[in-house]
Design a protein around this ligand. Structure first.
Ligand code: APR
Ligand code: PHB
Length: 389
């Protein structure tokens, strides 16, 4: 097989890249280790920055998003028993949209299949070769047969646990990593969301977040241990803890819990995001803690730059944007890392026995909700920093 761009991974990064390249007339092959049903059912964060929505709209991928996405003009911070609204739209002129990541993935898989261009699910033993030559290749097994795809460029969009990043020699990259001493226990419940907008709660017992997927599906999170044992969390205990941490006057409606899971939290960046003809995008290159829901948004930001860079390369042999790909992406990624880290450290309990931490967090939250300058800082990061490309 031969293609221009071999794309490893069919998450938001790989699927959006395939779609944008197709619109430019650039050929690609998408390889995914999981089944279609698996990637379309995988529940993740579901908040899109205004720029991410605009990107999907310009790409012709937003028909269902425009019908079903829930547009939010603000969010609430809850601390010391009081809720304070941050007027995102009033402060920035921009909004965010709640739309489950797996819904965006479904839309992009459908768009890929409609093009008739190849997407292989359930591939195994994926490996990249000759990435510093101008004829890199990918080998993989599909339905028992070994294949090789010769490419001009390989896009490593295979997430944090993929094979692309480890294919770069360790001596050629620098890794930045911070693991947090907690995780999030998340549930999806068939019940009315607590409020029209999101509530981020700082409580002495730990962080909680009330979000949603629709007017009848609530998504709720609790700070927990990074390796929390779910068997210790029967539904009654989850609701009891949510009632305590989200107590704010609005009623928390209980409902059947449809899904339960624990996510560990880390901040991670690899630099540079390119080695020869291998380009990393999305979670393959960086991870953010979910506070602020930047994971999918960062992936979309990377792909915008990679699409433009590959467009210039294939149209004119111009490598200048390809050469700046990593630097352009990292400039924005580090600012988003900073924001995700800042939201995380302001809202979570790191040390239950540290009264100083508690008072500093309350002072910071109080400052954020009372200073228009501080509120604007939160809002402009939350709705999404501008793109360079
Ligand atoms: N070969 C092929 N596919 C692979 C391989 C492999 N060796 N390893 C991993 N994959 C696939 C995974 O199964 C997954 O579907 O690559 C895909 C990577 O997708 P994501 O993990 O969704 O990453 P990305 O597209 O960068 O999107 C970032 O996803 O993790 C969330 O919160 C994160 O919202 C963010 C978004
Ligand atoms: C979600 O809806 O799943 C979500 C929203 C905002 C976050 C994290 C997760 O900060």
């Amino acid at each position: 097989m031969r293609t221009q761009v071999g794309i490893i991974g069919a998450g938001p990064a790989g699927l959006l890249l395939a779609h944008l390249l197709h619109r430019r007339g650039i050929d690609s092959v998408v390889l995914e280790s999981r089944s279609r049903a698996y990637i379309e059912g995988r529940i993740r964060a579901g908040l899109l920055e205004q720029g991410a929505v605009d990107t999907l709209r310009e790409a012709g991928l937003a028909d269902r998003l425009d019908r079903e996405g829930l547009v939010h003009n603000g969010l609430d911070l809850l601390f010391d028993g009081t809720r304070h609204r941050i007027d995102l739209f009033g402060l920035t002129g921009k909004r965010v949209t709640i739309y489950g990541q797996q819904e965006a993935v479904k839309d992009m898989v459908a768009a890929r299949i409609a093009t008739g261009r190849p997407i292989f699910f359930e591939v195994a033993d994926t490996a990249v070769h000759d990435i510093t030559s101008d004829r890199p290749s990918i080998t993989f097994t599909h339905e028992g047969t070994r294949h090789r795809i010769e490419c001009d460029v390989i896009a490593g969009c295979d997430g944090f646990h993929g094979i692309s990043r480890p294919a770069i020699p360790a001596s050629a990259v620098r890794v930045y990593d911070r693991v947090y001493p907690f995780g999030w226990l998340g549930i999806l419940s068939r019940s009315r969301p607590v409020s029209e907008e999101l509530i981020y709660a700082r409580h002495e017992r730990g962080f909680a977040l009330a979000t949603m997927r629709s007017h009848t599906l609530a998504r709720l999170y609790l700070q927990c241990a990074p390796d929390e044992d779910l068997s210790l969390w029967p539904d009654e205990r989850i609701w009891e803890e949510l009632h305590i941490r989200l107590s704010c006057g609005s009623e928390l409606e209980e409902g059947p819990i449809l899904q339960k899971g624990v996510t560990a939290m880390r901040s991670f960046v690899v630099e540079p995001m390119r080695h020869g003809r291998l380009f990393l995008a999305g979670d393959a290159a960086h991870i953010v803690p979910p506070t602020g829901a930047k994971g999918m948004n960062l992936a979309i930001g990377d792909v915008r730059v990679l699409d433009a860079a590959l467009g210039a390369f294939f149209a004119k042999g111009d490598t200048s944007l390809m050469d700046r790909y990593s630097a352009i992406c990292l400039d924005r990624i580090w600012k988003v890392q900073r924001f995700s880290w800042w939201m995380t450290q302001m809202l979570h309990v790191f040390d239950h026995a540290d009264p100083f931490e508690h008072r500093i967090q309350l002072a910071e939250l109080d400052y954020v909700v009372n200073s228009p300058a501080a509120a604007t800082t939160l809002a402009e990061n939350y709705v999404g920093l501008p793109y360079a490309v």
